[in-house]
Design a protein around this ligand. Structure first.
Ligand SMILES: CC(C)(COP(=O)(O)OP(=O)(O)OC[C@H]1O[C@@H](n2cnc3c(N)ncnc32)[C@H](O)[C@@H]1OP(=O)(O)O)[C@@H](O)C(=O)NCCC(=O)NCCS
Length: 150
């Protein structure tokens, strides 16, 4: 495991995850505002997840990689709570996921970011030079819509 500051603990154990914290952040994030908690829990259940926990035991950071465990991984939901930023916690979480034996052998890893390109560039990621082969379906309004229908 990469070194993290004293007092912090990093874990790949899904049973350590604290969904009160994870959902509270992701539901106010710019990429999944209003996401229902059960969607966060279902996504985590089927994903490689890493958490960082602070001196009081509370979760302060999260990242996950959606993957077939063999060829492809999609890094998502990377965050560190505001009071714990600037300590290298997110690079440590991303590095742990990238260093998992299954992930090391994958031929493509992808992610999307609005403004954190520099963080990922330090870890070997680079912009897609030619996006023309890639296509997507994006449902930006899905989570708020689900929430209001509940
Ligand atoms: C982006 C985020 C995860 C960074 O977490 P962090 O653990 O505080 O990261 P650090 O500040 O310790 O930065 C680690 C390195 O990445 C760089 N970095 C961090 N955020 C960056 C950003 N937005 N743009 C460019 N570089 C960034 C830092 O300069 C630092 O570089 P260094 O090692 O050379 O000093 C955190 O600010 C966050 O949760 N932001 C809100 C959610 C978000 O935007 N998540 C990413 C979605 S793609």
């Amino acid at each position: 495991m990469p070194t993290i500051p004293d007092g912090y603990r990093m874990s790949l154990d899904p049973s350590d995850l604290q969904f009160d914290v994870i959902h509270a952040y992701l539901s106010r994030s710019y990429w999944s505002p209003g996401i229902p908690r059960e969607i966060d829990e279902k996504a985590a259940l089927h994903t490689l997840c890493v958490g960082v926990f602070g001196p009081d035991g509370g979760q302060v950071g999260f990242a996950r990689m959606a993957t077939d465990h063999a060829t492809f991984g999609y890094l998502a939901d990377v965050f560190v709570l505001e009071d714990h930023r600037g300590r290298g916690l997110s690079p440590a979480m991303i590095r742990v996921l990238m260093d998992l034996p299954d992930v090391v052998g994958m031929r493509r890893l992808m992610l999307a970011t609005r403004d954190a390109h520099g963080l990922y560039a330090k870890l070997g990621w680079s912009p897609v030079v030619d996006p023309s082969p890639f296509m997507q379906i994006q449902k930006k309004e899905l989570y708020p819509a689900l929430k209001t229908e509940d």
